[in-house]
Design a protein around this ligand. Sequence first.
Ligand code: HCA
Ligand code: CU
Length: 381
Amino acid sequence: MIKILDSTLREGEQTPGVYFDTHIKIAITELLDDIGVNIIEAGHPAVTNQIYRSVSEITKKCSHAIIGAHSRCLKKDVNLAIECKVKFLGIFYCVSDERLNLYSKNLNQVIEQIVEVIQYAKDKDPGLIIRYTPEDTVRSPWKNVIEVATEAVRAGADIISIADTTGYMIPGTDRSMYDYVKKLKDELADNDLYPEIAVHCHNDRGLALANALDGYRAGVDIIDASVMGLGERAGIVDLATLLTVLATDFNERNRWSLKKIPELYNFVSSYSGIPIPVNLPTTGKHAFTHCAGIHTQATIKNSLHYQSLDPELFGRKSEISLDHMSGLSSIKYSLEKIGEDGLKENIISEVLSKVKDIGQKGRCVSLSELKYVVRSLKEDN
Ligand code: HCA
Ligand code: CU
């Protein structure tokens, strides 16, 4: 069964300008817990005192999910995370040739440091789940990745995460996450090593979800995501879309309380100051709203004509937009909704023209506005 790691509080807080107070982080943790994610990456305690305090507060609250911290490959970062009493530690260190040059270190020196820090963390807390991530995994030389992953697992890492740090992978090409996961699992298995494998996919090319699903099909154990895909640059995998696709199209039914998702998204949007894009799948304002006359006419008869997901999954309903695209069927449907179904045909046509006029100014007519449109037309007639 796939595990979901939510990184809204860590990667998500790396969105420019986003900052969550401790009590907001606790509320987000509780909502994530209600939804049923497995691991919550709560922050990197070495970054600021506030993050240190929030991570410690979050671990004190009872939670079903495993609470984790992010850490550079340094004992001082590990110490701070352990002080916060996390059960999961994500250590990252890049092994691309360019980075090694930048640090003026060779691969062996870096491996030595990684092994030492992982062993140190395991000694301090043998129950700690350790993930090692060769940052920018997929653009680093394969030889470096396999060597460092092998030694990290031998030193005690439980999870190796494949980071597509720059959103570089493309399904079905020689940059396929599916092939990458298979190859990594196979080569580690050749050495009798079977760590859990995670994927962390950035969305620079808009392919984060596609790559994460590629990883899923190749048998990864953990997928990283965040609310609205918040994170560095174009962010990472959007949590709601990931859970929806896994629950409806793959073998992960009934795993998550999807009805809680709108509450989580509205909350995170309010306190991050980042609006939910109207066209974001499942959570966007327009995710289940039909507009053009042909669409609305068919949808009113049978919502499946233009929908392959059931809005009820998220406690939502299909909606019809009233604007310059509307036709008579949208108008009649909406009039019925406001209890005005007995109007004469000439008034209905006038309502349609008025709605189209307003729509041409670039806005939609809400049902509450429609009542007044009808009232004034009735008075004129
Ligand atoms: C970062 C980069 C990271 C790390 C992922 C991980 C990435 O912000 O430190 O530690 O698993 O995308 O590589 O988010
Ligand atoms: Cu990242």
